[in-house]
Design a protein around this ligand. Structure first.
Ligand code: TXA
Ligand code: MG
Length: 333
């Protein structure tokens, strides 16, 4: 594991953006805010930098990365847009939508970043700091969520440091992220397939396409098995505590992750309570999901009881992340 002696934390003023771009150009690792979660950026065209990124994350190398671009023009140099991709990029970029597309001939992104696939995941993030960094750097930046592989995604710079402090060069701190849950991933490869629910609700995408999205193959049971589609590991986003979902009561000593104004029976016995959205708003709940999971995990409770969250809108992405966090997994130190 490469070790960076100290990770610098910088307020993202123009000087820090220049420093961060120079760091990327030198093959360094820079964590930066996007509207979804903090990403861990590396020069997408530099295989050695990408290898360093996989090592810092502890990520299985078969799991490919999203290349972040400034805009649609930059994306067109890397991939082939079919009609659906064109339409989705026009409507949702910049924003929390990742498109998986056929690579363009001469695509400059390192093979290692796409795990040897002939497709590539692309996204133009909607955050002024991400945009400034991409503009200053002038090349695509691969960026997975800036957490150790299998951990909960970071929505603050403090989360990034807790996982990756000492392993990366720089963190640009712009406060908590707005959306709080990762981008929606849609493959546009002839068929138009939802690979991961996320920050753009499925309903919004289907309204634009005027047809339903195809379903991805179901995920394999656990990490370590060959994934059917990359990134579709069942156990992911995992806190240390066990998650008990759809809880309608709380046992003594359990922590409670609540949603909405009415708490379940036994809530007064909970060792800790955090509410995703006391008014039952799914957008607010998505923004709070990962930081609340981290905080309840840190409270030391062995089990986190999670109230039911509706399945529409951003609820689909929230339930997807909760299901992965609750999935059986191999023991971690
Ligand atoms: O919101 C987000 O998407 C954040 C921010 C930082 O942009 N990034 C993020 O990256 O969530 P990551 O690496 O944690 O998740 C990317 C997912 C992985 O599940 C990966 O397997 C999938 O995208 N992916 C990447 N390239 C792919 C490809 N060519 N085909 C299918 N899936 C792909
Ligand atoms: Mg991730």
């Amino acid at each position: 594991m490469p070790v960076t002696a100290a990770t610098r934390l910088m307020y993202p003023d123009p000087e820090a953006i220049r420093t961060a771009a120079a760091c990327l150009a030198a093959g360094g690792l820079v964590a930066f805010p996007t509207e979804t979660v903090y990403g861990l950026g590396a020069d997408a065209t530099n295989a050695a930098a990408v290898a360093r990124l996989y090592a810092a994350k502890g990520r299985p190398s078969f799991n490919p990365l999203i290349a972040h671009v400034e805009d649609l023009a930059a994306a067109r140099r890397l991939a082939q847009f079919d009609a659906a991709a064109e339409r989705l990029a026009q409507v949702f970029w910049p924003g929390p939508l990742t498109l998986v597309l056929q690579k363009a001939p001469g695509c400059a992104v390192a093979e290692l970043a796409t795990a040897g696939l002939d497709t590539i995941a692309l996204r133009a993030p909607d955050h002024p700091v991400a945009h400034a960094l991409l503009a200053a750097f002038g090349k695509p930046v691969v960026a997975p969520s800036a957490n150790r592989s299998g951990h909960v995604s970071p929505t603050t710079a403090a989360h990034v440091l807790a996982d990756l402090g000492g392993l990366i060069d720089l963190v640009l701190d712009a406060g908590p992220t707005r959306v709080g849950i990762e981008s929606t991933i849609v493959a546009c490869l002839g068929e138009t397939t939802l690979l991961r629910p996320g920050g753009v609700p499925r309903e919004d995408i289907e309204r634009v396409l005027k047809r339903p999205l195809d379903e991805a193959a179901p995920p394999p049971a656990s990490e370590g098995e060959e994934p059917l589609a990359p990134g579709m590991l069942a156990s992911h986003y995992a806190p240390r505590a066990t998650l008990r979902r759809d809880a309608t009561d709380v046992a003594a000593g359990e922590a409670l992750l609540a949603f909405g104004p009415r708490l379940p029976r036994g809530a007064d016995r909970a060792s800790a309570v955090l509410n995703l959205s006391p008014r039952g708003d799914l957008i607010e709940a998505a923004a709070n999901l990962f930081s609340h999971l981290r905080a309840l995990d840190a409270s030391g409770a062995a089990t986190i009881a999670v109230m039911p969250v509706p399945q529409y809108g951003l609820g689909a992405a929230i339930n997807d992340r909760l299901a992965r966090a609750a999935a059986p997994r191999r023991a971690r130190p």
